[in-house]
Design a protein around this ligand. Structure first.
Ligand SMILES: *[C@@H]1O[C@H](CO)[C@@H](O)[C@H](O)[C@H]1NC(C)=O
Ligand SMILES: *[C@@H]1O[C@H](CO)[C@@H](O)[C@H](O)[C@H]1NC(C)=O
Ligand SMILES: *[C@@H]1O[C@H](CO)[C@@H](O)[C@H](O)[C@H]1NC(C)=O
Ligand SMILES: *[C@@H]1O[C@H](CO)[C@@H](O)[C@H](O)[C@H]1NC(C)=O
Length: 350
């Protein structure tokens, strides 16, 4: 192992506004452009760069309903963006070993879009995790208790419910020309929101002097977002195929048109997924050429070369792995790390 010095700031993640989604595309001009090349001079979006006063005019590509939401709840918008960013980040983590890995597909700064193939279960997951990210991040902000929002009883004990309601209001402002897709998105958004609620943990505290704990106060505490992501990933694998009913008013199971999918508990999709093996630009599919994979794996993980490379075979080479290590925090506020390196053998798909 070899070391060298490097400095990076630990705050770049504050508002990674370059991450955008589905029906939302945002443009924040140069404010969000990072300078990663030198590390030490990394710029990042602070809440100051997007004050409530300027935030709504910096957004492009949202529906008029969402614009009204922005006007109404300006002080929440930073949390909404942060929620989108944590949702996408978690999506990438949960799918890091899969052919489809949640990479944003079209990225032309300052306009980014993150599309999964509409109607697939990857699309279902994307919607749900972003919905969950928004609810989670808004709930966290509300629990700090310093918000006065129109029509929201600001009670820090109720922050999870309020966060979910507000996320839902924002997401319901989305539009789709295709009614079946719209039903699907709404359903999957609700699955995402519900998992934030069900993964929250009840916490209680005794009040008063006596040790007997006659009087307790209880509240729900948000689970870490990794827990939410894991829960949603498990649901993704069990997504059920649906179609809209004759009246286009609700979704029914393809295998059993008299049954509906379980509300808030089951992902739904209307299209089978492509295999994601080969690049298909029109659908935003990048293909797995060049992806690293694992040659030998005991369990049949999705990143085993046979699966990842779709039978095309793989190349083996030696690369120098580099990572930040032995980090020290200096008051205040930067982190200084050494850079560790090591030679490693990697396989990558042909
Ligand atoms: C990044 O920072 C370096 C040094 O401060 C500067 O020379 C360079 O132009 C910057 N690049 C961008 C893209 O801002
Ligand atoms: C809460 O908001 C008020 C006024 O907006 C501000 O003065 C105060 O510092 C805030 N408190 C916290 C803990 O953020
Ligand atoms: C969250 O779950 C509780 C039950 O644990 C339920 O009473 C509440 O309505 C749920 N909140 C939302 C927004 O669905
Ligand atoms: C995700 O997939 C794309 C395209 O195959 C690839 O370029 C990218 O490096 C992958 N991301 C990760 C984190 O593996």
């Amino acid at each position: 192992m070899r070391f060298s010095h490097g400095i990076f700031t630990n705050w770049t993640a504050i508002l990674v506004l370059q991450l955008f989604m589905m029906d939302i595309a945002l443009s924040v001009g140069k404010q969000a452009s990072g300078n990663q090349s030198t590390g030490a001079s990394t710029k990042y979006v602070t809440s100051a760069a997007l004050t409530p006063a300027t935030i709504c005019t910096s957004i492009h590509g949202v529906t008029s309903k969402q614009m009204r939401f922005c006007e109404k709840y300006r002080s929440l918008m930073a949390s909404i963006f942060e929620g989108i960013a944590i949702g996408i980040k978690e999506c990438k983590f949960q799918f890091r070993k899969r052919r489809w890995n949640c990479t944003s597909l079209i990225s032309k700064p300052p306009l980014y879009r993150n599309h999964a193939v509409p109607g697939t279960k990857e699309d279902a997951f994307t919607h749900a995790i972003i919905a969950a990210g928004i609810a989670h991040s808004v709930a966290r902000a509300l629990s700090s208790g310093n918000f006065t929002l129109p029509g929201v009883k600001s009670d820090t004990k109720n922050s999870i419910n309020n966060g979910i309601q507000l996320a839902k209001e924002f997401l319901d402002g989305q539009d789709s020309k295709n009614q079946e897709i719209k039903l699907m998105n709404t359903h999957n958004n609700e699955v995402g929101l519900a998992v934030v609620n069900t993964s929250a943990v009840m916490e209680c505290k005794c009040i008063g002097p006596s040790k007997s704990c006659n009087v307790r106060t209880c509240w729900k505490r948000l689970a870490g977002f990794r827990t939410v992501g894991k829960g949603l990933h498990e649901l993704y694998m069990k997504s059920v195929k649906v179609k809209s009913n004759q009246a286009q008013s609700s979704l029914v199971l393809v295998g059993d048109p008299f049954s509906k999918p379980t509300a808030k508990k089951e992902f739904v999709h209307i299209k089978d997924s492509p295999n994601y093996c080969d690049r298909k630009a029109s659908l935003g599919i990048l293909g797995t050429h060049g992806r690293t994979c694992v040659r030998d794996s005991n369990d049949k993980e999705a990143d085993v070369c046979d699966i990842m490379c779709c039978g095309r075979g793989y190349d083996t080479r030696i690369v120098m792995r580099k990572w930040k290590c032995r980090c020290k925090f200096y008051w205040c506020c930067f982190v200084k790390c050494k850079s560790c390196t090591e030679d490693a053998i990697v396989q990558s798909c042909k």
